[in-house]
Write a protein that binds this ligand. Sequence first.
Ligand code: BJW
Length: 231
Amino acid sequence: MTERRPSSLFILTGAGISAESGVETFRDKGGLWSKVRLEDVATPEAFVRDLARVQAFYNARRAGLSAVSPNAAHEALARLEHEFAGTLTLVTQNIDDLHERAGARRVLHMHGELAKAFCNGCAERRDATRDLAVDDACPACGKTGTMRPDVVWFGEIPYHMDLILERLASADLFVSIGTSGAVYPAAGFVSEARQRGIRTLELNLEPSDGSWQFDEARHGPASRLVPAFVD
Ligand code: BJW
């Protein structure tokens, strides 16, 4: 990092960091939410209404992960995790595993992970290395129709919120990478940081809706901006 070195750095990533790896974003032109209604696949109600459709949507996205690789932005953040002398918190809204495949080891997945499954019946969590099927029985409680992708849908509470807010409060730099800032609570992190006097930086392809809230914004592809920020 070339500028004033923070001792506590909080980084939030979104779909834009994985876009150059070939993972679709949600709200860009041609993004996922222009092809499928989020109400049909990303709500607890959709899971109850049409389990097969929801499973198929996430099975296809899980299968797609084997065809993509981390890009220079994920790699730069993994390097940063290993080299940063202060406290680094890396929070992602992404359910892909590209940060980990680049070598990051302490990623907080606030919207869950495609590689995990969760039982609505008994709260058992397990690795999901293959497609989930409608008639899968939970290995722990034996119920069927309860195994779901371990992801956070609209109306559900994101993971690790207490830890995330604690780390955000003690940061001295908040960096938002590749996210439109359209989804709460992550969209509120920048105002939370500002209220606490924490410096804020946006790295995004183009100005996000909330770009004006940041002390500084740099625009361009994550594969260029993130290594330039880290190195
Ligand atoms: C590049 C790039 C490149 C492209 N380089 N950049 C009114 C009604 C109902 C609900 C609400 C309401 N108002 C608020 C809510 C709450 C709701 C919400 O925010 N809704 C909004 C739509 C208004 N939020 C929730 O329900 C959340 N839960 C909640 O609030 O609980 C209450 C609570 C919270 C905390 C404590 C206590 C209680 C849950 C939200 C769950 C979101 N889930 C999803 C799906 C997850 C699984 C999946 O992936 O399928 O998460 S939705 C989807 O959006 C996904 C993403 O993580 C999330 C954010 O998207 P992201 O990452 O920003 O992607 P895009 O596509 O929007 O943006 C990409 C950006 O990258 C763009 O800016 C590009 O320019 C940029 N880019 N290429 C750099 N190469």
